[in-house]
Write a protein that binds this ligand. Sequence first.
Ligand code: MG
Ligand code: MG
Length: 250
Amino acid sequence: MIIIKTEREVEMMRRAGIKLARLLDEIIPGLIKPGVSAAYVEQKVNEYMDKEKCIPSFKGYGGFPYATCMSLNEEIVHGFALDTKIFKDGDIISVDCGVTLEGYVADSARTYLVGNVSEDIKKLVKVTEESLYEGIKAVKPGNRIGDIGYAVESYVKPYGYGVIRDYVGHGVGRKLHEDPQIPNYGTPGKGPVMRKNMTLAIEPMISLGDYRVEILEDNWTAVTLDKSPAAHFEHTVLVTDNGAEIITKL
Ligand code: MG
Ligand code: MG
């Protein structure tokens, strides 16, 4: 069942969304550089959550041990924030994070460049972010969930990238994962109809090569089967009267 949020719930989610956007767009960019570890970023995220009196939505979710998913290069999503995961020049690091504030959840992700990244990988990151905005453009009352995935996939296809199929976006708000599932591929006019005050996490994950994935021995980290780098961008959006409002943006 897809939950339509009340105005009060939407307001709570906006507050969670702003806190998450500050973290992802103001604090974390200043931390990402060669020599820094994923564990250090995780520590700073936890300090921020404590200060802002919010709860890291991911920690303990299904047994996930960290506040952030820190996925490096060929890691797509659900990477661990290890102290041995040290960023080096030319890497890309995807940080996915959720904030719970007074019971309401916002979910968002960015891929950051570490130092000097090669042109082809930089382009992958740029196109992945752009594909998120293409997906968001398909959000409006009366449109269907398949329109979102279709928009993402059609935008990415000409570049020859892999659209990850094993992980999808989702409804979000009262819980981290709610109905519906939102794949990054789809058929226009198919799937559930969007209604005002639905809240959706749209999250394209795109690889430079093959779309197929495998899971590492930690039982969480998803990597590309061909070890090509992958990027991930995500926003939580509200379905408004005539489109979408991004709530995880400053
Ligand atoms: Mg997320
Ligand atoms: Mg998500």
